[in-house]
Design a protein around this ligand. Structure first.
Ligand code: FAD
Ligand code: NAD
Length: 464
């Protein structure tokens, strides 16, 4: 197998799966002159996930947080091949990846198989539903850009239907009950954003409906945001109380129906609650392609949370040709953008070192063949410096989350201490931190413009 792609036979071929935080950071930092690089992803853009909940209520336009992946690869000294396709399977023995282009314009699915010398595997994760009935069918997710757009449409549908003449009070209350499942950062941020939309816009445009809107955040654990400091958890819970966001902890969603959710309450009783919209933010699970790949080396890959890697991100059970990073891996690090981006940058440096090592190895072989012992000895010494990869080291910069009402929370690392900070000043810090980590100047301008536009004109209510 193998497709005809621009190719320098003297270089090794690196296939990168994904265009998310891990892979984009890898591509951005890699010295492309050393490798043939092929990037494969079903979406041809990078998505800045931290601002996704803001897109879901129209504070920010969806295009403002997307960066076409070709913008990242175009300034590279060598051409990078970008293929918009789903990787369907990896063969770690033949060192091939099978891809499928499933876009509608094709009419039929096209598949092809490409070879790799190294595979950088960063396909992320998908949303965990625990097989709970009705979640996939009736809930909105908050993972991809389409999810945020779907949620916005669904939310506006609920509001407009509630305004339809002759609706009963019970039906209005049902349509305007928004339930967010999962008290991790995603669920908390979505709840905060829905609250802002209500306060800033819906109260003036739909005054007769606004007071019927109810937001409930459901969390199975005893508290929301377990990864944040205790004081910040308390601050979030009290801000939500003020904002009239109901937080139901120790409560588990058992089923999502078209017009209701079934809850198991802390006393184990079952309660069915009418809802207009359910947003599911229940955490991560590995994608099917990752599960399939792990099964191919089942002795080394036993962690059900994801792919096990060594300290240099090499997938356990392989010959060192597959590197995995980000949310598709199971490690001691949280599945965050911060970790994935640092791993991508680390791996790019490691690939630079590997290219150096390969070059010295080739020169050494040539010197030995030519019988140049002095040169061979010098090269041997140099080789020993490049032979072992330095392990990945994660440097935690802190955690930040927006909780609505122009307030944010932050656990900021200061040397070895964590400083907990919250409130309006932290919100300004949140904004400046995110604007500065946005991928390009273009994205920064677009997001800043969206914030200004929302402040002056309010959010767009058109249901597109
Ligand atoms: P992703 O960024 O998910 O990228 C995976 C890539 O693989 C995507 O391009 C996808 O299209 C592609 N892909 C999928 N299937 C295939 C396939 N079969 N073949 C090829 N490619 C494939 N983290 C933080 O640190 N701070 C935050 O503020 C923050 N906010 C978040 C807000 C939300 C709403 C969400 C959902 C997450 C947030 N995160 C945050 C977590 C962060 O987004 C993830 O940890 C990060 O995206 C992981 O990077 P990744 O590269 O592993 O995966
Ligand atoms: P998460 O895994 O952090 O939280 C999911 C929550 O859903 C859990 O607390 C779980 O107990 C709850 N849950 C699952 N099933 C449930 C059910 N049936 N009923 C009630 N509750 C249920 O997921 P997340 O919030 O999507 O975050 C995923 C990762 O992305 C995390 O590592 C997080 O740190 C990161 N992230 C970070 C930020 C940020 O830093 N601002 C924002 C979003 C996501």
């Amino acid at each position: 197998p193998g497709t005809q792609l621009p190719f320098d036979p003297s270089k090794k071929t690196v296939v990168v799966l994904g265009s998310g935080w891990g892979s984009t950071s890898f591509i951005k930092n890699l010295d492309m002159s050393e490798y043939n690089v092929i990037v494969v992803s079903p979406r041809n853009f990078f998505l800045f996930t931290p601002l996704l909940p803001s897109v879901a209520v129209g504070t920010i336009d969806s295009k403002s947080i997307l960066t076409p992946i070709r913008y990242v690869t175009r300034h590279k000294p060598r051409q990078v091949v970008v293929i918009e396709a789903d990787a369907k399977s990896v063969d770690p023995v033949a060192k091939t990846v099978t891809l499928a282009d499933e876009t509608e314009v094709q009419g039929a699915v096209s598949t092809t198989t490409i070879n790799y010398d190294y595979l950088v595997y960063a396909v992320g994760a998908e949303t965990q539903t625990f097989g709970i009935p009705g979640v996939k069918e009736h809930a909105c997710f908050m993972k991809e850009i389409q999810d945020a757009e779907t949620m916005r449409r669904r939310f506006m549908d609920c509001v407009e239907s509630a305004g339809f003449p002759g609706q009963s009070p019970e039906e209005i209350d049902r349509l305007l009950h928004m339930v967010v499942v999962g008290g991790g950062p995603t669920g908390v941020e979505v709840s905060g954003e829905i609250h802002d939309f209500l306060e800033d816009d819906l109260k003036s445009w739909y005054p007769e409906l606004a007071e019927h809107i109810k937001i409930t955040l459901v969390e199975a654990l005893p508290s929301v945001l377990p990864m944040f400091s205790k004081s910040l958890i308390e601050y979030t819970e009290s801000t939500f109380k003020e904002s009239k966001i109901d937080v139901l902890t120790k409560t588990m969603v058992k089923e999502v129906k078209p017009k209701s959710v079934v809850l198991q309450m802390p006393d184990k009783s079952i309660k069915e609650v009418p809802v207009g919209m359910v947003v599911w933010a229940g955490g991560n699970k590995p994608r099917d392609i990752s599960v399939d790949l792990m099964k191919k080396m089942s002795e080394a890959q036993t962690n059900r949370r994801g792919i096990s890697v060594d300290e240099c991100l090499r997938m356990q059970g392989t010959d060192g040709s597959i590197f995995a990073l980000g949310d598709c891996t199971a490690s001691s690090y949280a599945p965050t953008a911060q970790v994935a981006a640092q791993q991508g940058a680390y791996l790019a440096r490691a690939f630079g070192q590997m290219a150096h090592r390969d070059r010295i190895t080739a020169e050494l072989a040539a010197a030995q063949t030519a019988g140049d012992n002095e040169q061979a000895q010098t090269l041997q010494k140099q080789l020993s410096r490049y032979d072992r990869l330095r392990p990945f080291h994660y440097s935690h910069q802190g955690s930040l989350a927006y909780i609505g009402s122009d307030r944010a929370i932050a656990d900021i690392m200061f040397f070895n201490f964590t400083i907990a900070s919250s409130g309006v000043a932290t919100y300004l810090f949140w904004r400046s931190a995110y604007i500065s980590t946005l991928f390009s100047l273009r994205n920064r301008v677009l997001v800043a413009n969206d914030w200004l536009k929302t402040r002056i004109f309010g959010r767009d209510l058109a249901r597109d």
